[in-house]
Design a protein. Structure first.
Ligand code: GDP
Ligand code: MG
Length: 163
């Protein structure tokens, strides 16, 4: 039995950085340009003794042509549909934005276990905004840093419970 975890969130919160860390290879494109991950990417993730399939997704609002935006939304919905659990990522430094709330609504509708990561919270940066993430109604946010690998044991515990 293999489990699938979808990484969801608006562009630039650090989804691809997390994906690369979990998969251990640079399969996903990380860029300072929001939303550079245009295609869904899958990889085999390992965290402690957990093995699972992880899906990286692009955002849905960064494209100008309506058709492309629609494709990205469809991609997010497809990832949500095929996931056993969802890792929802927000940017603890930027705080919660209207786009985060849009994505949170999609995630809530999927009615699957959700793990909320307040990313970019290394060295306690953005710890205050982490509390803002409580307001999304997706449970307790885990302060996290995909770039620095902080919060991985909390993510492990949450995945163990979810899967
Ligand atoms: P995505 O659009 O959600 O896939 O985000 P990316 O993974 O492409 O990351 C967007 C930007 O945030 C890049 O410049 C990353 O280096 C940066 N980033 C990702 N994770 C962290 C983190 O934990 N801390 C900080 N400070 N920056 C991060
Ligand atoms: Mg990306």
């Amino acid at each position: 039995m293999t489990f699938t975890v979808a990484i969801i969130g608006r562009p630039n919160v650090g989804k691809s950085t997390l994906f690369n860390r979990l998969v251990g290879k640079k399969l996903a494109l990380v860029d300072d340009q929001p939303g550079v991950t245009r295609d869904r990417r899958e990889g085999q993730a390992r965290l402690g003794d957990l093995d699972f399939t992880v899906i990286d997704t692009a955002g849905l609002e960064e494209a100008d042509p309506a058709s492309l935006a629609g494709r990205m939304r469809a991609q997010t919905e497809e990832a949500l549909a095929s996931a056993d659990a969802i890792v929802f990522v927000v940017d603890a430094r930027a705080g919660i934005t209207p786009h985060d709330r849009q994505f949170a609504d999609l995630v809530r509708r999927a009615a699957k276990p959700v793990i909320l990561l307040a990313n970019k919270a290394e060295s306690r940066a953005g710890i205050l905004q982490t509390y803002e993430a409580f307001g999304l109604g997706l449970g307790d946010p885990i302060p996290f840093s995909a770039e620095h690998g902080e919060g991985l044991s909390e993510l492990y515990d949450a995945l163990r419970e979810a899967l």
